[in-house]
Write a protein that binds this ligand. Structure first.
Ligand code: NAP
Length: 871
């Protein structure tokens, strides 16, 4: 459907008052239009400044043939105006650029937004005037605009990247950029055309250009994964999902991971049979949606799962493209699927079966120069009538820093961001009061349905301005602490995915010299929305609000847990599990074993041997994990966690496998007697017996005599510390190192970490009380064999690596033990595991964020021995 609209062309008109506005909005795309609408409805004086001569933003500029959205149009559209849902009917699943532009023009007309926009006006600079608490903007029309609040609604993919090809200005034929396409269109009929670039813009335009051109040569640097869009009328199942429940459907989108309603996948690609997986892949391929990325829950986190889908798509490419060599050139092989933005196409791969279309692999034959008549590669010369650059954008930050923005104390945003953007919530940045970015770096933006993310940011900013006005505040600015915390969280989210592995525009890698960092927030639209709401509900946490004689806002960091740790804790809370301390020890053990049976097994090791050794009061079991490398190996005597009540030599199996695999050392997990059946000092007595036995039998076990370290987790780390003290005090056996993972070191539960983390982080204070009470009498709590921190001296102990978790009740006693050992002259390496809990670090293949910590632990083990052969 297309609706007549009135177009405002031309430069800023004289009759508009551009001084002392409440808000200036830069950009009149999807974000700017809705923002102006909301600001006006809230009674703010606001103006939009737009470089183009009409509304539309990305859909105004990107008019290349074949341009269309790749999120279904019923989703990629506004939700704020319910009447739009019925008065506008999309003609296709994925609407064309002209239809989307008409839609935005319709919205602008319907809500009478054009009067509030200065078209053909580009903002060149913006300066914060601290004396006046106002922004002063200069435009290319020579106008100065002043405003209290300044919003960049300039889009994530709006500043074209220069093609960076030598001789680009020499070509005498026609030159076009997909991102700045002529309004009158281009006729390629009978022309020899080159297209450089095979991202979304190239992949959409190539099949259509091929329809007209007499010859088309595609210059590909990196092949892209593309899925057939299977465009057509909006499908009935989609219409059914929305019919009669628009508002609910839109609400579901707001609380979905990617901004489109849908159930998140529960299974890993590796949890199903090959047949089942191929059926699922085939269905996703047939569906023609980017939702293929979520067909399993680990496509973007597990390289093995990702490769299965990547190879499925490569096989599709091979089946479509006739020439096997061309097919292989079109197959991406050097980055995981999805880590560069995948595309939806219409006949892209088929185009390469046409006689007059050829593909040049720039990896094999790079362009050396553009010439007056065409271009040269290292091996060939080509002549063309037209060159089309589909070479992309300086994404996410380019448009923002292309304005010379100067904040408090003369700081330039471009300088502040020279090592990469720093933002709070992707909305604001320290040093730039009353400055906002719609879908800025550090927000879900390009990883989501932009329409949903845009509306969320616009609502957040507008509600914030209403709050400031109601409270009499003039300024708002984030704190350093909040911004740094958000930056860590954005990185933490990215680092558990495969995204950082690709040279993508998400990483800034497409622009030479741009700092390499993952720019958007990958934690999900739902999680992000919750974080933004939490900030507001907690009194604008991480912001400082100022007004005449007043200050507001609260300090703090809105997200401190590692994202996968938070996810697990939420899941555990929703399961409403009975607390261990409500059970008998026997039932608690059965419960723990049942839970352990569900976990991933951990990596393969060379060999696993089960056996018995003489404990202090009878035989006990052990499990030995031998590396795959030729022996003999250095040995680590390991004690499991479980509060001296739960567990066995097998209960930390995945962790033992992981440490063995990563360190190349042999791990021997020795059991010990448990309370309440065998109370203190049964466990330390057995631990000492295990130490003596392993020392005496090192050679027989395949170990290197004299190369023996101790390790443990939680109560097991307590035992490791205790046997280290015992060996020191009893002339051996010699221990070369102690690896203490979140150790129990003291029976005093009155610490800050107990107060802060005693509930809600897996291990609770009531559970630790239950463990201690089962283990020993209160009067024994100060015995150094129970509380090694209480030893009269810690001097002379073997080198130690102590890992403490930020959200662990035991954190402070672990830190205290590390400090006390260091003070006594012991070589101590302390690893504070940021955002982790007591239970998260041993969760192999569950807590991806813990893998680097376990790697550090493995390196610590290696450091305990002279030479360790790594696998
Ligand atoms: P892009 O994805 O960055 O693709 C640019 C292409 O140009 C890449 O193949 C790149 O190769 C190549 N290139 C860049 N400089 C080059 C050079 N000097 N020599 C040779 N090749 C060069 O840009 P885009 O296609 O415009 O798409 C950008 C984003 O916009 C998309 O990822 C998508 O998010 C959005 N978009 C969406 C739609 C849609 O909704 N349907 C349509 C268009 C765009 P390398 O990969 O080797 O750098």
């Amino acid at each position: 459907m297309s609706v007549e609209h009135t177009k405002h062309a031309g430069a800023a008109s004289d009759d508009l008052d551009l001084r002392d506005l409440d808000v200036v909005v830069v950009g009149a795309g999807m974000a700017g239009l809705y923002l102006l609408h909301r600001l006006r409805n809230e009674g703010f004086s606001a103006k939009g400044l737009e470089a183009g001569d009409d509304v539309g933003g990305t859909w105004y500029w990107n008019r290349y043939p074949g341009a269309r959205c790749d999120i279904q149009s019923v989703d990629y559209s506004y939700s704020f105006d319910p009447s739009l849902e019925t008065e506008w009917t999309w003609s296709e699943r994925y609407a064309t650029q002209p239809e989307i532009l008409s839609y935005l023009q319709h919205v602008a007309d319907k809500h009478d937004l054009r009067d509030d926009i200065e078209f053909s006006t580009r903002v060149e600079s913006a300066r914060w005037d601290a004396a006046a608490n106002r922004w002063r903007l200069r435009t290319d029309q020579g106008t100065e605009v002043t405003c209290r609040h300044y919003v960049m609604a300039t889009g994530c993919l709006s500043l074209p990247k220069s093609p960076e090809i030598e001789g680009a200005d020499q070509f005498a034929g026609e030159v076009y950029f997909t991102s700045r396409w002529p309004h009158e269109g281009v006729d390629f009929t009978g022309k020899r055309v080159a297209v450089i670039g095979t991202g979304s813009s190239g992949i959409q335009s190539i099949p259509i250009i091929a329809e007209q051109a007499s010859e088309l040569t595609v210059f590909q640097r990196t092949p892209n994964f593309s899925i057939p869009a299977r465009n057509g009328p909006v499908r009935q199942d989609k219409l059914d999902a929305i019919a009669g429940r628009h508002a609910e459907y839109r609400e579901e989108a707001k609380w979905s991971r990617g901004g489109v309603p849908g159930e998140p996948p529960e299974l890993s690609a590796l949890q199903v049979s090959e047949d089942e997986r191929n059926v699922a892949f085939e269905e996703a391929w047939e569906a023609g949606e980017l939702a293929i990325l979520g067909v399993y829950n680990d496509i973007l986190t597990n390289p093995a799962s990702n490769e299965l889908l990547a190879e499925f798509i490569r096989n599709k490419i091979r089946s479509i493209v006739d020439d096997p060599e061309v097919a292989e050139t079109l197959c991406p092989t050097d980055y995981p699927f999805g880590t560069k933005r995948p595309c939806l196409d219409t006949g892209y791969y088929e185009t390469f079966n046409r006689e007059h279309v050829s593909l040049v692999d720039l990896r094999k034959h790079p362009i050396t120069t553009i010439t007056e008549t065409g271009l040269n590669t290292t091996t060939d010369s080509y002549e063309f009538d037209v060159i089309v650059y589909a070479t992309g954008f300086d994404a996410m930050t380019g448009a923002i820093v292309s304005v010379d923005i100067e904040g408090r104390e003369g700081q330039r945003l471009a300088d502040k961001w020279s090592a990469g953007p720093k933002t709070y919530l992707g909305l604001t940045t320290v040093g730039f009061p009353n400055f906002y970015m719609i879908t800025g770096p550090g927000s879900p933006s390009v990883l989501s349905n932009m329409a949903v993310s845009i509306e969320q940011h616009v609502d957040w900013v507008t509600d914030c301005l209403v709050h400031l006005r109601a409270g009499g505040f003039d300024t708002i600015e984030p704190t350093e602490e909040a911004e740094e915390g958000w930056g860590l969280h954005v990185n933490d989210c990215a680092n558990i995915t495969l995204y950082p592995q690709a040279n993508s525009w998400y990483m800034g890698a497409n622009v030479p010299g741009k700092p390499r960092m993952f720019l958007p927030y990958v934690g999900g639209v739902d999680a992000y929305r919750q974080a933004c709401s939490d900030v507001v509900e907690n009194g604008f946490m991480g912001f400082e609000l100022t007004g005449p004689g007043k200050r507001s806002g609260t300090s703090g960091i809105v997200r401190r847990l590692q994202p996968d740790v938070a996810f697990l804790l939420d899941m555990m809370a929703s399961m409403d599990l009975p607390p261990y301390e409500s059970m008998s020890a026997v039932d608690a053990r059965a419960f723990g074993e049942a839970a352990s049976a569900e976990r991933p097994p951990g990596p393969e090791v060379g060999e696993i041997v089960d056996g018995t050794f003489p404990g202090a009061a009878g035989d006990l079991t052990y499990r030995l994990y031998r590396p795959a490398t030729p022996g003999p190996h250095p040995m680590v005597l390991y004690f499991h966690g479980g509060g001296w009540v739960l567990g066995s030599e097998q209960s930390d199996d995945p962790l033992c496998r992981d440490l063995c695999d990563r360190s190349g050392a042999m791990i021997v997990s020795a059991n010990y007697r448990h309370a309440p059946e065998d109370r203190f000092p049964a466990a330390p007595d057995d631990a000492v017996a295990a130490l003596e036995w392993i020392h005496e039998n090192a050679e027989a076990l395949g170990g290197i005599p004299g190369q023996l370290a101790v390790a443990g987790w939680s109560a097991g780390a307590n035992l490791a510390a205790v046997v280290a003290q015992h060996a020191r005090d009893n002339d051996g056996p010699t221990i070369t190192g102690q690896l203490l993972l979140t150790p129990v070191t003291d029976g005093d539960l009155d610490t800050v970490s107990y107060r802060e983390n005693g509930e809600g982080y897996g291990l609770t204070k009531p559970l630790m009380e239950w463990f201690w009470d089962h283990y020993l009498d209160p009067s024994d709590r100060t015995d150094p064999r129970a509380s090694p921190l209480r030893a009269s001296s810690l001097a002379g102990l073997p080198p130690a690596t102590v890992i403490t978790a930020e959200f662990d009740p035991l954190r402070d006693e672990g830190v205290a033990y590390a400090k006390a050992m260091a003070a006594a002259g012991v070589a101590v390496h302390h690893i504070p595991a940021r955002g982790h809990t007591h239970i998260s670090i041993p969760m192999v293949d569950v807590m991806l964020s813990a893998a680097p910590i376990r790697q550090e632990m493995a390196e610590a083990i290696q450091s305990f021995f002279p030479v360790v052969a790594t696998v």
